[in-house]
Ligand binder design. Sequence first.
Ligand code: ATP
Ligand code: MG
Length: 297
Amino acid sequence: MKTRDRLRIAMQKSGRLTEPALDLLTRCGLTFRQSRDKLFCFGEGEPVDLLLVRDDDIPGLIAQGVCDLGIVGRNVLNEFQLTGGVDAAPLHEWRPLGFGRCRLSIAVPHDMAYERASDLGGQRVATSYPGLLGDWLRTQGVDTQVVTLAGSVEIAPKLGTADAICDLVQSGGTLVANQLREVEVLLESEAVLAGPQTLPADERGDMIELLLKRLDGVIQVRESRLLLLQTSRSTLEAVTRLLPGGPQPTLLPVAGQPDQLMLQALCAGEVSWRQLEEIKKAGAREMFVLPVEKMLA
Ligand code: ATP
Ligand code: MG
C-alpha cells in the first residue's frame, strides 16, 4: 500500500450517522471543500480528507489501509471483526462518540414463551448480524439456526421465515409495531472512531493523535452541563450530596439573604428530571441546567 501524507477518514455517505459525524469533525476544527454527496471531501485547513461510503464498507476500508480511520457503529465494527475473513487486520475502537446509540437485541413474538437463552434451542433466528448472534449463541451453548437477512428482519416471524429476530433497537417502536418483545440485549452500540490497532509511524500518526485530543475536548464539553441552583445553608449538605459527578461546586452569596447560597456545579453528563426532583426535595430552588458551549480549564 502506497503511503499517504494526508489522513483519510471513512464515514457514512447518507444515513443516521452522517450529520452527527460531520458535526463532530467540524467541532474538532476540520472543514471540507466538496459537497458531502460526493464520494470524497477534501480537507481545507488540516491534511484530513473524508471518504463517504456505505457504513458496512468502513471497517474493510480501514483493514485494507485505504482509510486510516472510520466513524461507524460498534455493531458494524464488531460484526466485521467476527466475520471479516482471515485476512482482516484486527481493528481498534479508539473512541466511543456518544451518538447513534442503539442496542442489538433478540426479540420474540408476543405469543412465544421465552425465559432464558435455552428457549431458542432448535428455533430459527433472523438477523443481519450473523457473527454477533452466532458468537452470543455459542457463549450460551444453544443450538439455534441463524437465518441471515440483509434487511426487513422484523417481519421475518410474520412471514414464517424465522421464529425470532436479532436486530438493532433504539426506541423499541418497530418491535411494538410488529408484535415483538425484546428479551435479550447482546450489544450496547453507538458510533465509534475505529482505526488500526497501531497508529501509522508517520505524519498521519501525529495527525491522529491531534485529532484524538481535540475529540476528547469536544466530547467532554458536549457531555458537560452547568447546574445552577439556590439553597439555604441548612440544606446545603443534603443538596451537595445529591449532585451528579463533577468537580467541587462553587458557592456564591445571595445579596440581602445571608442564609441563602447560589450553587454552581459542572456535571459530567445529562442531569435527569428525576435527579432534579430529588435535589429539589433536599431543599434546592431556582434550578437551571445549561449546556456548556466551550470550556478552557
Ligand atoms: P448504509 O446505506 O450506509 O449501509 P444503513 O441503512 O446500513 O446505511 P443506518 O440505518 O443509517 O445504516 O444506520 C447506521 C447506524 O446507525 C447503525 O449501524 C447503528 O449503529 C446506528 N443506529 C442507531 N439507531 C438505529 C436504529 N434504530 N436502527 C438501525 N441503526 C441504528
Ligand atoms: Mg449499512
